[in-house]
Design a protein around this ligand. Structure first.
Ligand code: HDE
Length: 716
């Protein structure tokens, strides 16, 4: 695929990166000292058969650099993919904030966004059942602002001091480093079953949100309550949201597991290809705004990161749009070295006292010191702000800046007291002067003790299909747990959320739901505390639902960038093929011609068409929908390929849109005969025995539905 289009999209940050770009095209090979190398194939030896000489500085330089190529991977969010783009405000927001990038709709603020999984190592699969990171660096003219969020609006724990425990529990077990990128093991569920504050998050992580179809089809959330502050110093609480313009979509768990084998880079590739192909992903940035005086009007605490504000209570105000329009040039230099930190804020944005947020304010810089090797990581090109940097910080490993002059302290008279502190009016950052009057205590607020109501709110808000998927996910995860007491404890917690949920999960585990009577459900209790003070009541039966929490409701938004497989072999009916290809291309879907072999395909009309993948190199799980055109010899060849029948069968089992015209229906029939009896009579399967002129439009409408859940057996 051409990268020309990708490279022409630029912005202030991308231009600034130019000074660090290196292009070897047409150049001589050199050492790191610029010395031209004459022989890079052989080391320097005493005679052609050795020994190798210590003198060989070219060999030593090359090998030494190689030996030091690796840096520690991120302790969490190790695996990711990133892209450049820009953010543009819709309207000036002076009442909400003085942050300049939200005040001027004519300004395009450069951004760099990194998406990630959390638990797996750098080389793990994209399709793990996991939270996804959604970290955005805005290179504003007032300095960098990092919005380091996730694709789930709440978190597992309420206090940062529990983070190492949570992560140690979910990471592979320390004795054998198994399992990779999976929460389905004893230590994770042992911890969770003793930590009821996790239950709301657990419901989200067991839902389809944890297996997104694409990074481009995920929501993003700042999770914590932040503050926006306007030029008059008025502060309001806000929750940040990213809403994808492509809608929110997921895959099914069986599919996720198969994708992990077929293409562990599925999400990375999807993001990369979409941007290379000019289908730039877009999200709207929104905020839920809560006036300071309303801080205590909710039946949960705004400082508790295990709670969300239902959109029915506080609607989202859309502030602007982010577009990702250029891939990185170099994965390590950009995606790996980018360093996010919640403490990177600009005037007009400030923090709340959420104890999880406060702990993060420490952790992110600390971790970069280890990961990137020293205090100068802000000088790494991708981390450099486009705003000028002047201060008295000096030296340290790998310092790049050549600070001139004699002074690196303030106040100073030698350099006219430069660099000067800025007044608030000059853009100096002034922390919000929140009044705090309290005793120093190591404690958890009573207002954080409700652990089940929002878990129930989430459960109540799900469609029957989504509920079924949550039950199946819990059966899978807890089914992999070996210690039976952990399963039982989890069933007790689930029974505090919803008895049907607990019973259904229990059925899958062959267990009755144990009684909660007399059980101390919360073990996350300090030594000297009264456990009774830490117990949460079961969820109230009056908890309602919130439509925004379900993926079933958002309107469907076309089939742009959906991957459609066309199964064909030599002799495929040219007219049917062309008419479907034209219709799909007009809707900006991406077509993949899949045939028994790679190379070129001959149509019935004698034309040749490039095959994109063979049945051996791809699979239905890498596509959103499948079409089989007619053509006697084409379909005859496909019928002899078990992989072609499996392709159809799998797509059907994963509830995807299927279409066939002419003899193409025979392949669907063969898949139906092979164990999917209801295939031809199911929703989302479009066939026509004639040339099927109306089939393309019906197929497009079906792809837009994403999945046909009526094919699945409902548990709820
Ligand atoms: Fe993070 N988190 N986190 N986290 N987090 C990191 O920082 C941490 C939390 C999130 O693409 C680390 O640079 C603590 C919530 C993202 O580079 C580390 C706590 C949310 C990324 C760290 C949390 C996040 C990270 C590891 C509990 C959603 C990837 C590497 C108090 C709002 C950023 C790094 C990227 C990365 C600490 C909880 C999001 C160790 C202590 C809640 C998206 O600093």
């Amino acid at each position: 695929m051409s990268t020309e289009q990708n490279k022409t999209n630029t912005n202030a940050k991308l231009d600034e990166l130019d000074m660090n770009r290196e292009d070897s095209s047409g150049q001589f090979l050199t050492t790191n000292q610029g010395l031209r190398v004459n022989d890079d194939q052989n080391s320097l030896k005493a005679g052609p058969r050795g020994a190798t000489l210590l003198e060989d500085f070219i060999l030593r330089e090359k090998i030494t650099h190689f030996d030091h190529e690796r840096i520690p991977e991120r302790i969490v969010h190790a695996r990711g993919a990133a892209a450049h783009g820009y953010f543009q405000a819709y309207e000036p927001q002076p009442e909400l904030t003085k942050a300049k990038f939200l005040l001027d709709p004519s300004v395009q603020t450069p951004v760099f966004v990194r998406f990630s999984t959390v638990a797996g190592s750098r080389g793990s699969t994209d399709l793990a059942r996991d939270v996804r990171g959604f970290a955005v660096k805005f290179y504003t003219e007032e300095g960098n602002f990092d919005l380091v969020g996730n694709n789930i609006p709440v978190f597992f724990i309420q206090d940062a001091i529990k983070f190492p425990d949570l992560i140690h529990a979910v990471k592979p077990e320390p004795n054998n480093e198994i399992p990779q990128a999976a929460s389905a093991h004893d230590t994770f569920w042992d911890f969770i079953s003793l930590t009821p504050e996790s239950m709301h998050m657990v419901m989200w992580v067991m839902s389809d949100r944890a297996i997104p179809r694409s990074y481009r089809m995920m929501e993003g959330f700042g999770v914590h309550t932040f503050r926006l502050i306007n030029a008059n110093g008025k502060s309001r609480f806000v929750k940040f949201h990213w809403k994808p313009l492509l809608g929110v979509h997921s895959v099914v768990w069986d599919e996720a597991q198969l994708i992990s084998g077929r293409d562990p880079d599925f999400h990375r590739r999807d993001l990369w290809d979409a941007i290379e192909g000019g289908a730039y992903p877009e999200w709207e940035l929104g905020v839920q705004v809560v006036e300071e005086e309303d801080e205590h009007k909710f039946d949960f605490d705004l400082l508790d990161s295990t709670k969300l504000i239902p959109e029915e209570l506080v609607p989202i105000v859309r502030l602007g749009k982010m577009t990702l329009n250029r891939n990185p040039d170099n994965y390590f230099a950009e995606t790996e070295q980018v360093a996010f930190h919640l403490g990177h804020v600009v005037p007009g944005i400030d923090f709340s006292n959420d104890p999880l947020l406060q702990g993060r304010l420490f952790s992110y810089t600390d971790t970069q010191l280890k990961r990137l090797g020293g205090p100068n990581f802000h000088e790494i090109p991708i981390n450099r702000p486009i705003a000028p940097v002047h201060n008295g910080q000096r030296d340290g490993h790998m310092r790049q800046t050549i600070n001139v002059g004699r002074t690196s302290y303030g106040p100073n008279a030698i350099n006219g007291d430069s660099p000067a502190q800025a007044t608030e009016a000059e853009g100096g950052f002034v922390s919000h002067a929140e009044r705090i009057d309290a005793n120093k205590v190591r404690a958890r607020s009573k207002s954080f003790m409700d652990h089940y109501n929002q878990a129930k709110l989430f459960w109540n808000s799900q469609s029957p299909t989504e509920k079924t998927h949550i039950v199946k996910a819990l059966r899978f995860e807890l089914g992999k747990v070996v210690v039976e007491d952990i399963r039982k404890r989890m069933l007790i917690h689930l029974s505090q959320i919803d008895t049907t949920l607990a019973t259904l999960v229990g059925e899958g585990l062959g267990l009755e739901v144990p009684s909660a009577e007399g059980v101390q459900l919360n073990k996350s209790v300090p030594a000297d505390a009264n456990p009774a003070d830490y117990q949460s009541e079961p969820a109230k039966s009056t908890v309602g639902s919130s439509a925004a929490l379900s993926m079933a409701h958002p309107p469907k938004k076309g089939i742009k960038t959906r991957q459609v497989a066309i199964l064909a072999a030599d002799g495929v009916d040219a007219t049917q093929l062309k008419s479907m290809m034209n219709a799909l291309s007009a809707e900006k879907a991406i077509i993949g011609i899949v045939a028994p072999r790679v190379g070129m395909l001959k149509t019935s009309g004698g034309e040749t068409i490039k095959i994109d993948a063979s049945l051996q190199t791809t699979a239905s799980v890498l596509f959103d929908a499948v079409y089989v055109p007619g053509g006697q010899s084409s379909v005859k060849s496909l019928l002899q390929e078990p992989d072609a029948i499996r392709f159809i069968h799998e797509a059907f089992m994963h509830c995807k849109a299927l279409a066939a015209t002419g003899e193409g229906a025979d392949l669907l029939q063969a898949a139906a005969n092979g164990g999917a009896e209801s295939l031809l009579s199911s929703e989302g399967v479009i066939t026509s025995s004639d040339t099927g002129s109306e089939v393309p439009q019906k197929f497009i409408d079906a792809i837009e539905q994403h999945r046909f859940w009526s094919r699945e057996k409902k548990l709820v």
